[in-house]
Design a protein around this ligand. Structure first.
Ligand SMILES: Nc1ncnc2c1ncn2[C@@H]1O[C@H](COP(=O)(O)OP(=O)(O)OP(=O)(O)O)[C@@H](O)[C@H]1O
Ligand SMILES: [Mg+2]
Length: 268
């Protein structure tokens, strides 16, 4: 698919191109630790790509390469055809990252958390900022939380605030790191619906790192599975409902065996 797929911007309804992401033979070492091993992957403009994999398999590290927070030891990462490791790329492509732990400022109200990016980047005047912030809060059903501190909110509301804060940046590419972790199944389903709605209505490209099997199987266009730093497969969700590969099957449908517990086999 081409990188100039035309889509709509959630705030202005201007035509704005959703962007593709490409990883070519990406390896990443931290000292002697090889975290990513020859990963090649293409995310199409406007799709929801979900990256799954066990804890420590390198998912967050891979995501940080896309936004230029980590640089590959070898190989290449590009966003909209531009080198992700080039600092100027962030000025040319609007990317917003919803962090694993939310990364909200408790000293600021929800409103000011959202307004911060717009003020720092002098995007518009205070009236324009108010319009954009309230629009994002409305999309996430958070209007009544505007004056609260994030510390006063539930985990599910904080996740929604983190998504709203990403949304005010009017992203062409939205990246989520574990958007449903620590949430109950209903709130996880709500967040999954929000991610799907943002894709359907605003056609932003979504890259989601998640352990959440039901999120992946219900909203992904394609799912990638990363294990031990290697991308084992990229497949549509239907292909993962009954996986044949034993490693993937054990990851997606682990059996609990109290007579032969896994933790006894873990390395110290
Ligand atoms: N800056 C760093 N320096 C050294 N090692 C790192 C660094 N960042 C990550 N690692 C290591 O890379 C490996 C993969 O980490 P990563 O955070 O990508 O895992 P993950 O798949 O996101 O796991 P989880 O599902 O638990 O969030 C881990 O062994 C981690 O300790
Ligand atoms: Mg992680």
């Amino acid at each position: 698919m081409s990188d100039c797929h035309q889509t709509r911007n959630p705030f202005t309804h201007d035509e704005s191109p959703a962007v593709g992401v490409k990883l070519e033979h990406v390896s990443k070492n931290f000292g002697a630790l090889a975290v990513l091993k020859d990963v090649s992957l293409e995310v199409h403009p406007g799709e929801i790509f979900v990256l799954m994999g066990p804890s420590g398999s390198g998912k967050s590290v891979l995501l940080k390469h896309i936004v230029g927070l980590e640089l590959p030891t070898s190989g290449k990462v590009s966003v909209a055809g531009l080198d992700a490791s080039d600092p100027t790329t962030r000025g040319k492509v609007r990317m917003a990252l919803v962090f694993q732990a939310g990364a909200l400022f408790n000293s600021l109200s929800v409103y000011d958390n959202l307004a911060l990016y717009l003020r720092e980047h002098r995007v518009t005047n205070e009236a324009g900022i108010r319009e954009k912030v309230m629009r994002a809060l409305q999309i996430l059903s958070l209007e009544n939380a505007a004056r609260k501190s994030p510390s006063e909110l539930s985990g599910g509301m904080r996740k929604r605030v983190a998504i709203a804060r990403a949304l005010v940046q009017e992203p062409q590419l939205l990246l989520y790191d574990e958007p449903t972790s620590e949430l109950d199944p209903v709130m996880s389903a709500t967040i999954s619906e929000i991610i799907a709605t943002l894709k359907d209505e605003y056609h932003v490209t979504s890259f989601v790192v998640s352990h959440d099997r039901s999120l992946a199987l219900s909203i992904a266009d394609r799912v990638g599975i990363l294990m031990g730093g290697r991308l084992l497969t990229v497949a549509p969700p239907a292909a993962l409902r009954e996986p044949t590969d034993p490693q993937i099957a054990d990851f997606l449908n682990p059996l609990i065996d109290v007579k032969n517990p896994r933790f006894k086999q873990l390395e110290a």
